[in-house]
Design a protein around this ligand. Structure first.
Ligand code: DNO
Length: 344
């Protein structure tokens, strides 16, 4: 596997130089964060990103993410234009040696939490989700009260998006995903790229919006839509693991054997109750997911893709982007590297 860290580009408070100093880390995963999903990614911008990363002795191990325009998820008539842009971006990425691209198909909201600095007994803070707290958030004035999304949507903009989704149930969303994949995957295959869908985080409906990438059955259905090694999964243990009943070591074993895991996000969580959890440090002993068993499943099946420690806590007084500070993710990377080395 290729041990990597997420890097948010030149504005990330964690510099590439520090990432390069973490033992075993050979790459970063990144994106062009100043692009909007309306336009194709220009070659010059991709080249600049790749060069900057290479300049610090690292490789761009995956693009996370190449966002899917909302009109594609909504199945609007403009979707073909946006898919054309997507194909141009893929072609431009392939021209600079990118092989792995992560995306998601979550309506309106990407990952969502109700607390970005939940205090733990040891004085560190972490990300927490509680469905009861989420359901009490009033969206009529936009996302100002939704942690991490405060500036994203005005009340009006959000209302019109929610109305657009009112007629879209899970099956319709699957249709829209199938349409997208049937156009994009053959091109990706031709370009030597592997696309990996990120599971929905959390893996259940929020704010009445449909969410479909929630469990093993959804992953199995996804890979059958277009049967190609380019149609894969960015398997995030913390996202899928939040749903009780998702047996991660078994699922990872099954999907890795089929060679459909193209990218791994590894993090641990502690269940608090029904649709309620908080994130913990990465080791198995710190949370409710068996991280060692998950890595064993990957190793057994010869996983060679990028793998990154996902969200860390804030420790040692660090401040920064919630989930994406340096210290706890670096500890996570060292832990994952150690396991991999021990597996031989
Ligand atoms: C959260 C991340 C997600 C992920 C996207 C992929 O920390 O895992 O934001 O990048 O869902 O499209």
């Amino acid at each position: 596997m290729k041990l990597s860290l997420r890097w948010y580009g030149p504005d990330d408070p964690v510099p590439l130089q520090y990432i390069h100093q973490i033992p075993g880390v050979t790459g970063v995963v990144s994106s062009l964060h100043d692009m909007t999903p309306d336009a194709a990614w220009p070659r010059e911008s991709i080249e600049r990103m790749v060069d900057q990363i290479a300049h610090h002795g690292l490789e761009l191990a995956a693009v996370e993410s190449l966002p899917v325009h909302e009109d594609i998820k909504l199945g609007r008539t403009s979707r073909d234009r946006h898919i054309d842009n997507y194909l141009t971006s893929l072609e431009n990425l392939a021209a600079f040696g990118v092989t792995t691209v992560c995306y998601n198909f979550m309506p309106v909201f990407d990952w969502t939490r109700t607390d970005l600095a939940y205090p733990l007994a040891d004085g560190s803070t972490c990300l927490r989700y509680d469905h009861h707290d989420l359901s009490r958030i009033d969206l009529s004035r936009g996302t100002r009260d939704l942690p991490g999304w405060s500036a994203a949507f005005s009340g009006k903009a959000l209302e019109s998006l929610r109305q657009a989704y009112a007629g879209i149930d899970e099956e319709t969303l699957w249709d829209h995903l199938s349409y997208f994949l049937s156009r994009v995957i053959p091109e990706a295959e031709r370009l030597g790229l592997r696309l990996g869908i990120h599971p929905d985080d959390p893996p259940w409906s929020i704010f009445g919006l449909p969410r479909i990438m929630v469990d093993g059955d959804a992953m199995r259905r996804l890979i059958r839509i277009v049967d190609s090694p380019s149609n894969g999964i960015s398997l995030c243990t913390g996202s899928l693991g939040a749903k009780l009943g998702n047996d991660l070591p078994a699922l990872v074993d099954e999907l890795a054997e089929l060679d459909r895991i193209v990218f791994m996000h590894v993090r641990n969580i502690h269940f608090e109750g029904d649709r309620s959890f908080h994130e913990t440090a990465h080791p198995t002993v710190c949370g409710d997911l068996d991280i060692l068993a998950i890595l064993k499943s990957l190793h057994k099946n010869g996983f060679r893709g990028p793998l990154r420690p996902d969200h860390g806590r804030m420790i040692w007084g660090e401040t920064g982007k919630p989930g994406y500070g340096l210290f706890d993710r670096a500890l996570g990377a060292a832990y994952l590297h150690g396991i991999w080395e021990a597996l031989g």
